[in-house]
Design a protein around this ligand. Structure first.
Ligand code: PMP
Length: 356
């Protein structure tokens, strides 16, 4: 007997990247930050470990929202906090797109979007990116945007890592009657952001996370900013206590140390540049990354699957998907310099062996 709703029975759940506990493994598969959280995070968490854990956390994460508001120039009432950015994305689907209504996303991008659409029983509208993984605004795209209730845009995009020019995004926003969620999970590794669209359009939300640039993937903290009416809708849908006490404290402490944040994001970007140059020297096609990962296609005769498998044999874990448009490449998270040296050295050996 199957008790699940029909759409749940038929769908495949989201498959997260592996979290293997293998000693010595170089883990470059889920875009975590290789550096520890800001030193103040540890101290703040220790100080919070007392009998206050008996009590529910602040349901609205007020202190965190105020700090975010101050840092990014918004009112606290324009911000909602979530149990990771994924929670925020889920809330958006619940609040803005009903069963049978249109949920759109560019492809390839974050593979959670179609899964959320399937859970909701929404109608999926896939908007193809071009061969450079860029948006081209053409009549077919505009037709597909008609009647869309919710559109997800990943900026910079994943898994390609590329920045989507804002002129195209603006056209897309203006052509969309529903809510546009700009998922800026990786934006702190880019040179620009889309927060000004939140100020200019009442149908735009920008969603962010502490998992990448703040090194807090394990604490699950995300947030979104938009006009108060959009935030009020999300507030109605969320779990009352969707961000736990310790996570709120960790996020507040991380925000307080701007200098550390800037130092580690700068380090990741410098290492990224080195990885991109070296892979290009080895004749890989590397997409211009504005994120903490790179997407690269292999030089023949090496296939992406072989590159992935052989790195794994050398205890280096990267990400490969057997999916349309992306199976020709591998996504590599930027680790420490020492980790990336091992990765580059191993890649060189793999190429030499394949060419022999
Ligand atoms: N958006 C994108 C594009 C992502 O790649 C991820 C990480 N998998 C998320 C959102 C979710 O981030 P979080 O850890 O905050 O849930």
């Amino acid at each position: 007997m199957n008790y699940a709703r029909k759409n749940i029975e038929q769908m495949t759940g989201y498959v997260p990247g592996e979290q293997p506990q293998v000693p010595g493994l170089i883990k470059l598969n889920t875009n975590e930050n290789p550096y520890p959280p800001a030193p103040g995070v540890n101290a703040a968490l220790r100080a919070a470990l007392d009998d206050r854990l008996r009590l529910y956390p602040d349901p609205t994460a007020k202190v965190l929202r105020q700090k975010l508001g101050q840092q990014f120039g918004f009112e606290a009432g324009q911000i909602i906090a979530g149990n990771g950015c994924d929670d925020i994305l889920n809330l958006c689907v619940r609040a803005f797109c009903g069963e049978g209504e249109k949920l759109a996303y560019f492809w390839p991008s974050y593979s959670l979007y179609p899964v959320l659409a399937n859970i909701q029983g929404a109608q999926k509208v896939e908007l193809p990116l071009n061969d450079d993984f860029q948006i081209t605004v053409h009549p077919d795209l505009l037709t597909k945007l008609a009647g869309v209730k919710l559109l997800f845009i990943t900026q910079p995009n994943a898994p390609s890592g590329v920045w989507l020019p804002k002129v195209e995004l603006q056209r897309v926003i203006e052509e969309t009657d529903g809510v546009v969620v700009i998922d800026e999970a990786y934006v702190d590794f880019a040179g620009d952001n889309c927060l000004d669209f939140v100020r200019d359009y009442d149908n735009v939300l920008v969603a962010r996370t502490f998992s990448k640039s703040y090194s807090l993937a394990g604490m699950r903290i995300g947030w979104a900013v938009g006009v108060p009416a959009l935030i009020a809708s999300l507030d109605k849908v969320k779990d009352s206590y969707n961000v736990n006490r310790l996570s709120q404290i960790a996020a507040e402490a991380a925000l307080d140390d701007r200098q550390y944040f800037e130092e580690i994001t700068r380090k990741v970007k410098t290492t990224r540049q080195r990885v991109v140059s070296r892979l290009a020297e080895l004749k890989f096609r590397v997409y211009p990354s504005q994120t903490n990962f790179v997407f690269a296609q292999t030089p023949a005769p090496l296939t992406a699957r072989q590159w992935f498998d052989r790195l794994r044999e050398k205890n280096i874990l990267v990400r490969w998907w057997d999916a349309d448009r992306i199976r020709e490449g591998v996504r590599v998270t930027i680790g420490t310099d020492a980790e990336m040296d091992r990765f580059l050295e191993s890649t060189k050996e793999i190429c030499e062996k394949t060419n022999r």
